[in-house]
Design a binder for this molecule. Structure first.
Ligand code: SF4
Ligand code: SF4
Length: 142
């Protein structure tokens, strides 16, 4: 099973189209909506986990792009500012996917963006706001 963790941005003029529904029906893909903020007539944002055969997932991405959806991986949209992080470890207990975890040998807090689902729990707990997420739904539609 091939899985992609994606950030989808829907331009205002297509937010009323049932694109995800069409995508799943056409290509027999599995999906899990992790976050969404979509209102008619405004730019929409969705964080989506998409799974299936690789060829079908890639075909699905081509379909969405052809409809005008802008697609990035979650990995491209989140980073830890290592100039700010004080390695306190507070985030490691709350991260549900172990994207933030402690290397027990070096006692270094590691950030593995490939495991991140964009839940934003680390943003709330980090005392120095070292985690930077571009797709926070709070930044959309205000
Ligand atoms: S947003 Fe933060 S807490 Fe959530 S999975 Fe990603 S690194 Fe972990
Ligand atoms: S909570 Fe913030 S400062 Fe502490 S280790 Fe995690 S990212 Fe770094």
């Amino acid at each position: 099973m091939y899985t992609k963790m994606l950030v989808l941005r829907f331009p205002a003029e297509i937010t009323d189209k049932p694109l995800i529904c069409s995508l799943i029906r056409r290509l027999d893909l599995c999906f899990n909506i992790l976050k969404a903020k979509i209102l008619p007539g405004r730019e929409g944002l969705m964080v989506l986990e998409l799974s299936g055969y690789k060829r079908q997932v890639n075909e699905g991405l081509r379909y969405l792009r052809a409809q005008g959806v802008k697609i990035k991986s979650v990995e491209q949209e989140i980073r830890r500012n290592d100039d700010v992080c004080i390695q306190c470890g507070a985030c490691t207990g709350i991260c549900p996917t172990n994207a933030l975890h402690m290397n027990r040998e070096t006692m270094e807090v590691i950030f593995d963006a490939k495991r991140c689902t964009g839940c934003e729990l680390c943003m709330a707990i980090c005392p120095v706001r070292a985690m930077e997420i571009r797709f926070s739904t709070d930044k959309v539609l205000v």
